[in-house]
Each structure stands twice: as structure tokens, then as C-alpha cells.
Unconditional design. Structure first.
Length: 221
């Protein structure tokens, strides 16, 4: 195979397990369904590893395609099946060739496994399909770890966004005064009233508030 590719992925086992554990913990904090977070089909499409390999790796069992040429063909086929045109159809060999800057014959040879890809081929195909660098070549355990790390980043952002939201307690459902203050903003009302020039004007505000309160009071049975 072309120099520059690494077929070693056994060292990633510990990192994969640690990443999966962190993702599971974040999912729990966010109240998410773990089955959805660890959806095998989604992780397969994001990593390029087949679903059975994803399942085995998540269960801590050794799995994955050790041969880089075979792995490249698996990933290329997955891209063609899952990254479709806006009309829902697959890209043709000619469209892939044009988008990746190669001849149709070169694209066909790569798709059929008749030609070994170079780093330049892989980079061009990855850019065409809009996937990250290394998608076509990374060892399955490394690829799955990367997919989970991106999931972890997204969950961390969701958690940070939730923690930034103000924790305001909802007023009692049947309390019209609390609803009025919440709907109109007691500070805003007080500030505007303070700008009025005379007590007469402020009395008008009080009268208006009394009328509004009367209109939102629950009717007597």
C-alpha cells in the first residue's frame, strides 16, 4: 500500500472505551436515550466501520478490517450508498471523477479495487463527499473513536447551553398577580411609573393595573 498509511489500531482500544464511557455519562446528564446516542447505523455512517464492527468494538471485542485496501473499498462503498445527491440518487463514476479531479477510468478502477489509492486520491474523494480527513483509511477502532469524540463535543455543547439558561421558577398556575408580573415585567412597570411627573399620573397606572388584575382573576364558581 502507499506509504503514509498506518494500519495499526490496537492501541486505540483503551481510548475508545474511555470515550464511550464519557459519552454515556453525558447522555445520562442530558436525559438522552443511550440507544439513540449509540445508534449503530449512525455511528457506522460517521466512522465508516460496518455496523457489526461498531457493535463489537463498543462491546469491547476485537473487530475491524486489518487490510487497508479492503478497508478503503468498504468506506468508499459506504460513501456512495449514504452520501447521495439532492435527488436521492447515487453519484455516478463520472460525477465522482469530475468532483475529485480524476479521470472516469481512474475512478472506476478505485471503485472496483483494480487500483490502489494514493493519499491524493483519498483526499480528493473525501473532499468530494464532504467527510473528514482519514475517513477512507483510518483503522476501524480509530474511526469509531473519532465519531464518538465528535458526539462528545456536541453533547458538551448541549450541556453548556442548558447550564447557561436562567433557572427561573414558574409562578403558581392559578395566581393572577404572579402571571401579571411575569407577563409584563414588574421591574419594567415600576421603572416606567417612576418616570411619570406627578402622583396623578402614577394613580392612573395603578388604576389600570387594578383593572387588568380584575380581568385575569379566576371567576367564582
Amino acid at each position: 500500500m502507499t506509504d503514509g498509511f498506518s494500519a495499526s489500531g490496537s492501541a486505540a482500544t483503551g481510548l475508545l472505551g474511555a470515550t464511550a464511557a464519557r459519552v454515556a455519562e453525558l447522555a445520562g446528564q442530558l436525559g438522552l436515550n443511550r440507544t439513540e446516542v449509540f445508534d449503530l447505523q449512525r455511528l457506522s455512517e460517521q466512522s465508516g466501520a460496518p455496523t457489526d464492527v461498531v457493535r463489537a468494538l463498543l462491546e469491547g471485542r476485537p473487530a475491524g478490517e486489518p487490510d487497508l485496501q479492503a478497508r478503503f473499498l468498504q468506506r468508499f462503498d459506504l460513501l456512495r450508498r449514504t452520501r447521495l445527491k439532492p435527488n436521492g440518487r447515487r453519484y455516478t463514476q463520472q460525477e465522482i471523477a469530475d468532483g475529485a479531479g480524476m479521470s472516469r477510468q481512474q475512478a472506476g478502477a478505485l471503485i472496483n479495487g483494480d487500483r490502489r489509492p494514493t493519499m491524493e486520491h483519498c483526499d480528493a474523494i473525501q473532499r468530494f463527499f464532504g467527510v473528514h480527513a482519514g475517513f477512507l483509511t483510518a483503522a476501524d477502532s480509530d474511526a469509531l473513536t473519532g465519531a464518538l469524540q465528535r458526539t462528545e463535543q456536541r453533547l458538551l455543547q448541549d450541556l453548556a447551553g442548558r447550564e447557561r439558561q436562567p433557572a427561573t421558577a414558574a409562578p403558581p398556575v392559578g395566581d393572577p398577580m404572579e402571571r401579571l408580573l411575569q407577563d409584563h415585567g414588574v421591574r419594567g412597570i415600576a421603572w416606567r411609573a417612576a418616570q411619570l411627573p406627578t402622583d396623578k399620573h402614577r394613580d392612573k397606572v395603578t388604576e389600570w393595573l387594578d383593572m387588568l388584575l380584575e380581568s385575569v382573576k379566576p371567576s367564582e364558581p
